[in-house]
Design a protein around this ligand. Structure first.
Ligand code: BV8
Length: 256
């Protein structure tokens, strides 16, 4: 039975369960945690997928069919991130503080391709859908930092060939990154917290079900509103991430 609470701007949230002091915490984040930093989400009314079709810009087939159209989509998003002053918000900062203050291991598995968790100081972090500010060569798999525009004319610094550079992000139909490490972490954690994700994209959306089936972790959803997987969580708190994440982290550390 989920213990849901509607805390919109709490000082501190009392967690229903506090894991043992050496407990492992796995935190899944999605676009909602970056919304208050000024980044668009995907499925909110004004989200990214309301402006372009996934099939046209975020699949390997789209890239094979019209690479310049896909490059234009990611170039536009990179340019937007540069023009807007995109900085971590209180939610990112709270998770970085939790990693530093919690006696056990804290692992962030983010679906986000931004680097706001790193900028907030989080170290133990996996980008399962890749990173916007990196490029990968389709020929030699070399991964490099990339902040400007990208086109089919760009050459790979690794193999020197042109025409193979692509954004180092995971498109639909592609295997997310570091899945073995993520599966191990999910099977061996004491607390699973999902923050700012609509629970629509797999396999991330299936993590909570996996834990409920074969794990012992307590499961918590922190989101603006109930996600598609809300009923799977034993505990949930709703409100803007920049308010409920720091409040929840404060409660967790107070109970540790
Ligand atoms: C794969 C990178 C397998 C690109 C992205 C079942 C099992 C396995 C696969 C599937 C399956 N069913 C369907 C599939 C296929 C597919 C899929 O899930 N499709 C969906 C649409 C049904 N999955 C895949 O293709 C994945 N690959 O499964 O491979 C495989 C097996 C063998 C061999 C080869 C392959 C790959 C998926 C990754 C796609 N790439 N992004 C880019 O960024 O351009 S996905 C994209 O969606 C982003 O990564 C994003 O992070 C992710 C999830 O979205 P959310 O983060 O949740 O964002 P969203 O807008 O949806 O929600 C925001 C939430 O925040 C909302 O709930 C909102 O209320 C909340 N919010 C808003 N404001 C705030 C807030 N919360 C708090 N505070 C606020 N202020």
């Amino acid at each position: 039975m989920s213990e849901s609470a509607h805390d919109s701007s709490p000082e501190m949230i009392e967690p229903a369960v506090v894991p043992p002091r050496d407990g492992r915490i796995v935190i899944l984040t999605g676009a909602g945690i970056s919304k208050e930093s000024g980044l668009d989400t995907f499925r909110d009314a004004d989200g990214i997928w309301s402006k372009v079709r996934i099939e046209d810009v975020a699949t390997p087939e789209a890239f094979a069919r019209d690479p310049e159209k896909v490059h234009a989509f990611y170039n536009m998003r990179r340019a937007l991130n540069k023009t807007r002053k995109i900085l971590p918000n209180f939610a990112h900062a709270a998770l970085s503080h939790l990693e530093a203050a919690w006696p056990g291991e804290v692992l962030i598995v983010t679906q986000n391709v931004d680097t706001l968790h790193e900028q907030a100081g989080s170290k133990n972090l996996l980008h399962m859908h890749g990173v916007h500010a990196k490029a990968r060569c389709n020929f030699c798999e070399n991964v490099v930092d990339w902040s400007g525009d990208m086109s089919t004319g760009d050459e790979c610094a690794g193999c020197g060939r042109a025409g193979g550079m692509r954004p180092h992000v995971v498109w639909f139909g592609e295997m997310p990154l570091e899945m073995d490490r993520i599966s191990w972490a999910l099977s061996n954690c004491d607390l699973f917290i999902s923050i700012g994700t609509s629970g629509n994209v797999y396999p991330a959306a299936g993590f909570v079900a996996m834990i409920r089936r074969n794990g012992t972790a307590h499961t918590v959803e922190l989101n603006l509103e109930p996600s598609a997987g809300a009923s799977m969580f034993e505990e949930s708190h709703y409100g803007p991430a920049s308010q409920i994440v720091p409040a929840y982290v404060k409660g967790l550390l107070a109970g540790a």
